[in-house]
Design a protein. Structure first.
Length: 127
């Protein structure tokens, strides 16, 4: 994953923020929405693209309205996109199912017997 080429492929939309800033927030478009088109990307290899499509879909989106500055929100949104892509492109080892150990199996059966015995003792003798 080439993060520099991915940064250049991110598109932005700006709107008014609902965050801090008072009248500043009501007058200026500081909320940044970053959009990354996975299918059109040249910064991802074919295998990475498939992993991202499978986990995140064709468009990765991140929003930032934490700061008063549009530039800072733009940086935050970009970082969030990159973090999502890093997570999605990780190669995870397949899980190998394991069998319970003989000792754990024995403990489980012993507990079942003890529980059954407790319930038998609770039964009324009228039956």
């Amino acid at each position: 994953m080439d993060s520099e080429s991915i940064r250049s492929e991110i598109a932005f939309r700006f709107s008014r923020s609902s965050g801090p800033g008072g009248q500043h927030a009501q007058k200026s478009s500081t909320r940044a929405e970053a959009l990354f088109d996975v299918e059109e990307s040249t910064g991802l290899s074919a295998a990475e693209r498939q992993r991202v499509l499978a986990t995140l879909g064709p468009v990765v989106r991140a929003v930032a309205q934490d700061e008063r500055s549009q530039l800072r929100n733009r940086e935050l949104a970009t970082d969030r996109i990159l973090e999502q892509l890093r997570e999605a492109t990780k190669v995870r080892r397949p899980r190998r199912p394991t069998k319970p150990t003989a000792a754990s199996e024995e403990r489980r059966l012993e507990e079942k017997k003890r529980r059954g015995q407790t319930k038998r003792l609770r039964r009324s003798t009228d039956e």
